[in-house]
Design a protein around this ligand. Sequence first.
Ligand code: NDP
Length: 492
Amino acid sequence: MPAASIRHQLFIDGRFVDAESGETLASINPHDNTPIAAVALAGKADVDKAVAAANRAFPAWSRMAAADRGRILLRLADLIEADAEALAQLESLDTGHPIRDSRALDVPRTAACFRYFGGMADKFQGETIPVEAGFLNYTLREPLGVVGQIVPWNFPLMFTSWKMAPALAAGNCIVMKPSEITPLSSLRIAELMQEAGLPDGVVNMVPGLGSEVGQYIAEHPGIAKVAFTGSTATGRRVVQASAANLKKVQLELGGKGPNIVFEDAFLPAAVNGSAWAIFHNQGQACIAGSRLVLHEKIADAFLDKFIALAQSIRLGNPLDPETEMGPLTSALHRDRVLAYVDLAREQGGEVLAGGRAPGGELARGCYVEPTIVRARSYRDRVAQEEVFGPFVTVLTFKDDAEAMEIANGTDYGLGSGLWTGNLQRAHRMARDLHAGMVWINSYKRVNPGSPFGGVGQSGYGREMGFDAMREYTHVKSVWVNVDAQIPPHFKR
Ligand code: NDP
């Protein structure tokens, strides 16, 4: 993609504009730490403009026929598909996602999400409720108003669609903060939205610092809801800030996904699925299967194959179609991940594979080798804290009860998986896992129709499916006296 076609300004009220302060921040290619573009860095004044524009756009957008809103999203899905290669290149350049994943996963999933909610717009409806005689009672599903959306750097393109599509289908307007580390694909989506016919002001994008712009969005009195994806610590700050005007909050936070392999699992599938669970996107996924919980009878046989597979993963330039794992998204994050390798050793853990930044040509980038660490206890920090990198912690168990104790032994509760040939056990574990999502004989499946979100310290609220439409609407109950005779309650 030619540099000239990379959008690097804020998107406010249907126009690409510089930040009020004139400040910019370099978006960095994590493959070699070279700058890609100087992106305008929003401040509070820009957020105020964006909120004002979104509030102006809201009455017309929310009253537009739902099918017409849907049609714009459907058109956008088509435009994303037509622009697929450029979007994939941009995503890989900015984030380090291997191009084969950007092509096969990020871009198609983004289009699918807009298409799903485009179709949903005129199918999401209220109810009539059988109340007492003489009354008609029905509910309206109404949009909230202007919603603030804070998108992180791990799946910027896909998460832009997950947040935007249901909000728009339901009739809300948006002020989005893409991560200033990886804003390029989101800004391209803004451009495609204009082409799809989205009215000015309905969507606004203000990449800026989380501590300033993110915080201000969470506080802003002109914003009715904030939807946040990121760390649990920052999620707490968002909740505190949101108290200023009691805005609705939706949180998609961290995880420490247990991926349990029982002694009766079909091992070849479990090995492949477990590698996908942790190493896809360099492990930078809230639902990553970052705790590999193995039955002691098959642990050695499993690990032999799993280590060999991890060591064969091809690291390299994300733009090379042969690359299977790219760099982490930033140097800061690479260092954070490597610090966990030191911590594992300090706590008596054993590094079974990886644990280093590769040398040679890749030394300039933010790479970390696929890393497998055996921990002494599920209470160790490397078995409790989200590393968010290609780093899996191995634990073993003797029986189902111990597997469950380990699996539920963190404060998180987002993704989880299990591999077994025993049907009863599979459903029993699915029932008892403290998690928002359970995958049986598979891991990390997502679909726009299937609710996505967590429990406990992994947050609350759901993205995707009908649940997402509920999150972006409130329900109004309307009572109509059709022919009820109501005797006076007070006697004079
Ligand atoms: P943060 O939670 O700090 O950042 C996530 C997003 O929130 C970013 O866009 C960030 O902006 C923004 N943000 C930061 N501070 C505030 C604030 N006070 N109010 C509102 N928004 C804010 O995560 P990091 O990027 O620092 O990553 C740290 C760890 O968080 C990772 O290692 C991982 O464990 C977890 N994480 C989880 C994600 C998930 O998918 N659930 C996604 C990203 C991170 P800015 O980039 O400017 O700081």
